[in-house]
Design a protein around this ligand. Sequence first.
Ligand code: NAD
Length: 479
Amino acid sequence: MNIQNYINGSFQNPKSKEWIDNYNPSNGEVYSQIPNSSKADVEDAYNAAASAFKTWSNTTLIDRSRILIKISELLETNLQRFAEAESKDNGKPVSLAKSVDIPRSASNFRFFGNAITQFASESHESVGLNAINYTLRQPIGVVGCISPWNLPLYLFTWKIAPALAAGNCVVAKPSEVTPMTAYLLGEICNEAGLPKGVLNIVHGLGTTAGQAIIEHPNIKAISFTGGTATGAHIAKVAAPMFKKLSLELGGKNPNIIFGDCDYEDMLNTTVRSSFANQGQICLCGSRIFVESSIYDKFKSDFVEKVKQLKVGHPSNSETNIGALVSKPHLEKVKGYINIAKEENGTILCGGNEVVVEGYENGYYLEPTVIEVPTDECRVNQEEIFGPVVTIMPFQTEKKVLQMANKVKYGLSATLWTNNLKRTMRMSNELQAGIVWVNTWMMRDLRTPFGGVKASGVGREGGFEALRFFTEPKNVCIKY
Ligand code: NAD
C-alpha cells in the first residue's frame, strides 16, 4: 500500500516519484511505502497553505471550532482502525494505541476547538493619558509542524490542532518511520469539512522534506518535537530568518523515591513510567533514585514486577511490551546495555532480545533494569529512549537533588513522598519543565508542557500553544 502526500485537500504522489520502505516493527517486514518528498512537494504544500490562509484566518471561531471538534469525533468513530494502524507502524501494543494514543489525538482537536473560543487578549487603559491599549492575537500565516515516531498521531495533532485553531494554515511532516495515521488523518479532515489547503501533510525524510520546511523563507514558525541534535540544527537554520520556534526535545528524567511514599502506588506507577510504550516516551522516568532505607526492598519488588511484564506481539491483548520502533533503534538500545556492562553496571533483569514465535524478525527487547555504581555513567546521562532504566540508592535530599539536576536535559521529574515541605522544596529546585508528585504522566491539556536546558525551548499546551501560534500586536488609541 502506498501512502501519499495530502496537499490542497487531495492525495498526491511525490514529484520525484521516489518512495521509501515502511517497516512493520512487529515482524520486520516492509508493509507500505511512503513518498520520498522533496523541496518541490513542500513548495506545493506551502502554496496551497498560503492561498487557504486568507479565508481560514477570517473563518469565525465558532466555525473553526466546529470543524476541529468534528475531526475529533471522526477519530473517535475510527478508533479501532487508527489504533491498529498506529500499532502496525510503531510496534506499540494495540491496547495502548486504543486507550491512549488515538483518544488523546481526538482530545487534542476537541480541546483546542474549545480553547480557541475562550482565548482572550488583554487591554490596558493608560489612565491620565486618554488612551487605551489592546492586543490583537493574529495568526502567523503558514506554519511548519514536525513530529517524531514515538507517539505518532498524538504528538502530530498536539501541534496541528492549536495551529489550525488559531487561524494558521499548516505544512506538517510526521516521522518517516511512522507515517500511517498522519496519512489517514487527511481523509478525516476532508470528511470533517476542513477547507482545502488549510492542512497539508508532506511525507519523507527529515534531511530532505523536513529540511525544506525549516528552510522555507515564508514558513514563519516551526513547532518541532524530536531529538535534541535535530532541535539544535533547526534552531541554527531558523535563526537567520527569525522564525518563531517551539522545540520539544529529549529527556533523561529522574524518578525520585523517598521512604515515606505510598509504596504500592509508587511501585506500580514506576513500572509504567519506566516501560510504557517500550520506554519510548520522552517523559519516561529513566533514572530511578531510591532512598537507601527502602532501596533493597524496592530493588527486589521492582525487578520481580518487571520480570512479569509480557513481551509480545502488539496485537496480543496480553502484551505489555511490544516491539521497538525500528531495527537501528533496537541496535542503539542494545548498544547502551553493552555500555552499561563496560561501566560496571549490574543487569538486574532483562538485557536480551526476545524472539516472539511467528514474528522472529520483529524488534523485541526484554525490559531491562540496570543498577549503576554512579550517576555519572553514560547510561545515566544519555537518552536511551527504550525499555531500559537505571536504579541507584541515595542518602540525602541534597544529594539526590544534585544527581537529578546533573544531566544536560530538563524535561520532567517525578517525586514520590508524603512530606509536604520536601515536596515544595524539591519542586522549586528540580530543573525540569514538569514535576509530577505521587503520580506520573497525568496530563491536563490546559497546563504548559515542555522542558528546560537541552530538553527544549517554549511550551505547548493550553493557551501557551495558542500564544505560540499567534503574533501579539499592541494597538494604542488616544481618545
Ligand atoms: P528526530 O529528531 O530524529 O526526528 C523528529 C522529526 O524531525 C522527524 O519527523 C524527522 O524526520 C524530522 N527531522 C530530522 N531531521 C530534520 C531536519 N534536518 N530538518 C527538519 N526535520 C528533520 O527524533 P525521533 O528519533 O523521531 O524522536 C525521538 C526523540 O524525540 C527523542 O529524543 C525524544 O526524547 C524526543 N521526543 C521529545 C518529546 C517532547 O515532548 N519533549 C516528545 C516525544 C519525543
